[in-house]
Design a protein around this ligand. Sequence first.
Ligand code: IFG
Length: 519
Amino acid sequence: MFNRLKIMTGRLTLTQLVAGMFAFGAQAQDASPLIPRPQLVTSMQGSFTINASTTIVHAAGQQVALATAEYLAGLLRPSTGFPLPVGTTSSAAGNQIRLELVAKDSSLGTEGYHLSVTSRGVVLKAARPAGLFYGVQTLRQLLPAAVEASTPQSSSWTIPAQQIRDRPEYGFRGAMLDVARHFFGVADVKRFIDLIAAYKMNILHLHLSDDQGWRIEIKSWPKLTEIGGSTQVGGGKGGFYTQEQYKEIVSYAASRHVTVIPEIDMPGHTNAAIVSYPELNCRDTAHALYTGTAVGFTTFCTSRPGTYTFIDDVLRELAAITPGPWLHIGGDESHVTPKADYIQFMNKVQPIVSKYGKQVIGWDEIAHADLQKNTVVQYWADAGNSKMAVKKGAKVIISPAKKAYLDMQYDSTTRLGLHWAGFVEVDNAYEWDPATLEQGIGRKDILGVEAPLWTETIITMDDIEYMVFPRLPGIAEIGWTVPALRDWKDYRDRLGKQSDRFRAMGIDYYPSPKVDWKK
Ligand code: IFG
């Protein structure tokens, strides 16, 4: 007990600690199987029921809370059938769900929240709008799964009285969608954003270019999409996002407090670009469109000045439509780029990203280059590279293929996915701690965690959901919940109780035999 409290006190004031100690004993088994597990849940007597006269209110003058209030109303109205008007009020009148920004409560950080449910109503407080949004995700899970339905359900919308204080362990909690191997349209990407945001993830890494496809309009180099976007793995018609569509994705993500990180992979994984503009490879030979799944057979011409003019144009246009702080320049599997050329290339490209006001992220091979001071290295396969990055002072994103690659088959019978990094069942994907996974990469070196979904074998949204669920909620919990509050037996129980929620959300999840799925 004290160990847990010690862990928690790292984030709590003494008052909260004392309150927590008295409440700790009262902490029932999470009556609601919340994922990610909150930092401190204190059960109380009584309950609150949402009904036809419930209102959703935000403190007058806090217009930024309005967006979250409207979002909450949008979640609850279809399934409850209640009007749930949104308004402002200074009174503490009953039967309210009240959202309040308390900017001075620094103990909550930028994403924490305090949720109080009593018989009189719900009060959700946060220091920043993101905290309100994450409190709403918790409130959503405190209600019966029927709340996720899109038509009115006859259910009692009752929440047991409780106090929840919560904030994330890592500020970078992400998922990656590879839209290059197989293209996914705006609607699918928006659904993907909704699904990751429901588990408090706040990063969407879009893998926008590869050998099989270029997926983002670049106005100064139009053939990248005209030619490079015209196909995909298996020879299908491919596709791409116009810059307007990309901006639509970015703003939708922002409304769910998700930051988009676009990736243009280079110098390898570049066949689609080279097909479009043969001068990008040193031999000027026109490559053919590629619809297979091999890797490591292409490279930009790193010695040619025109290559860097091209990259400058691409990164300038991409930075201009990307509000987030990062541009991902890939750097993985450049098997036909001589190492010295690769290093020189990365040393030339990083300053281009900085010129446009963004920070670099690269796959772990980039650690061989001279890293700029805020370049971030994404650990995927080579722990040695990632340790080298740490020694050079870089922060690391932890997304190990052997734990977090959502395209890995669950087992040898999984009809989708690959297994070059091994089979990754739900327990493998959960039972690890980023801060102790690799010697030489400690808690202070880690920016956060990310779960990539590569789509060589993934064609539809159902395929995405089958591979992403139920492993993604576990990665989300690893990113959000302190290690002392995480153990597989407890998590497995909570996950099993989420299945009615998955079904209500229409998620085509893999019913892993490792979990006792609530019927
Ligand atoms: N490695 C490649 C991906 C993809 C993946 C499939 C990285 C960084 C294998 N690079 O993962 O392009 O092919 O599991």
